[in-house]
Design a protein around this ligand. Structure first.
Ligand code: GTR
Length: 410
């Protein structure tokens, strides 16, 4: 029986396909009151809005007010980055509300030989200065999680960690393909801790409010909001093609990228890299990380309302394939890694498969089969999927697929 008082970490995660509960996949093309959706217009007018509202009120949480006015300030720029192939710009976006200010700094590399570059937009985990070997990258002063592994202490980044995440960003390949890259330290939009006094949330509180209401935004929705503000900036930039922006994210930031793709149709394409539970993976399979586990470990990520589904996934009238469907008919790439069982690769694959019904309505190719492909055998359709060998990470192999796919799709 449901007991939300239990500590979910006491449950062993399940990886055994034979122990997956029986459940029906909610049909993306049948409304909550049983109406069949057979035309694009019905999807847009009836079904998409009701699914969207469910995810907004019960999963990621609603933004309490429209909040998109900012000022942009160029902090630094250079003409000779990435072996002379790219220009670099570091721009700070500032937001004022309630007597408080939020700033975040976007690091942008654009290919020199393209007038108006399409680009990949993605948050980084450990600061902009970790993504490239480039001494000019400013070091974020925002709160950082202490880490013995990376030598981060005092909740501050230092130059000691310059370039430690270059392996996750195939920048030169991106530039060579004619794309730009924009990245932001996600902790500048909302520090990743269970504390709602900081980050963007606090700018929108009504008087005396300490934390979001139960139907209001958690951190994932805050990060998605930040992605949209980056898009606002691209729309004003003469050297960026804002109609060709691919929003990308790994893991928790893949969850945020998916929600950004759903909430903001200006994103031309979306990439979910190993996003797992609360991202691309189906919740009802309860394989690896579950709704209860994730809400226990990260109480600040989702809305308060999502906690009603802790160890109670069967009560969800939706599943995550319907989040993917909210991105249709735009190109969407779902990727998994073989050794990332915590994120349930099969649940990510099946989710892409079940979302494909909606892509089909738009005459776009998705994942027709329910048989998982072999490792390193991408299915590069409008709704694309691959599972590569290796661990929970972003690799050159992943980027090679994303770049080729984006070139073809956009
Ligand atoms: C894990 C979490 C996952 C995933 C991952 C990450 O601890 O359980 O949902 O988000 O972190 O972001 O790397």
């Amino acid at each position: 029986l449901l007991n939300t008082q239990l500590s979910f970490s006491q449950f062993e995660p399940n990886y055994d396909e034979s122990k997956i509960p029986n459940f029906d996949i909610p049909d993306p093309l049948t409304t909550f009151d049983g109406q069949k959706i057979t035309r694009k217009g019905q999807w847009k007018r009836i079904r998409r809005p009701e699914l969207y509202t469910f995810f907004e009120e019960n999963v990621y949480g609603k933004i309490p007010a429209e909040f998109n006015d900012f000022s942009a300030k160029i902090l630094e720029q250079g003409e000779n980055a990435i072996n002379g192939k790219a220009k670099r710009r570091q721009v700070e976006l500032s937001f004022d509300r309630n007597g408080r200010t939020l700033h975040f700094t976007m690091l942008i590399y654009l290919p020199k030989n393209v007038k108006k570059a399409p680009l990949f937009l993605g948050y980084n985990f450990l600061g902009n200065h970790t993504v490239a070997d480039d001494e000019n990258i400013l070091i974020s002063e925002a709160w950082a999680r202490n880490s013995d592994k990376y030598g981060i202490s005092g909740n501050k980044f230092t130059s000691a960690t310059r370039g430690i995440r270059t392996n996750r960003w195939a920048i030169e390949e991106i530039i060579d393909a004619g794309f730009g890259l924009a990245t932001i330290y996600y902790g500048e939009v909302d520090p990743d801790k269970d504390d709602f006094t900081d980050g963007v949330h606090s700018l929108l509180y009504s008087q005396g409010q300490q934390k979001p209401n139960d139907n209001e935004w958690g951190s994932l929705a805050a990060w998605a909001w930040g992605y949209s503000r980056a898009m606002d900036y691209f729309e004003k930039s003469k050297d960026i093609n804002s109609s060709k922006v691919v929003v990308f994210g790994h893991s928790r930031l893949g969850k945020a990228a998916l929600w950004a793709g759903a909430t903001d149709e200006r994103f031309a394409a979306v990439i979910s890299n190993d996003s797992g539970c609360g991202g691309a993976a189906l919740s009802k399979r309860k394989v690896g990380e579950t709704v209860g586990r994730i809400n226990e470990s990260f109480p600040h990520w989702f809305s308060g309302n999502f906690k009603a589904y802790n160890n109670n996934e069967e009560a969800l009238p939706i599943d995550q394939h319907e989040l993917l469907a909210l991105i249709a008919p735009r190109p969407l790439y779902v990727a998994s890694a073989q050794e990332d069982q915590w994120a349930d690769p099969k649940g990510e694959f099946l989710s892409a498969h079940y979302a494909s019904e909606v892509y089909k309505l738009f005459k776009k190719d998705g994942i027709a089969t329910d048989e998982m492909p072999m490792t390193n055998q991408p299915i590069p359709n409008t709704l694309a999927y691959h599972i590569r060998t290796g661990i929970h990470d972003v690799t050159d192999y992943d980027w090679e697929q994303y770049i080729q796919w984006a070139q073809k799709q956009l």
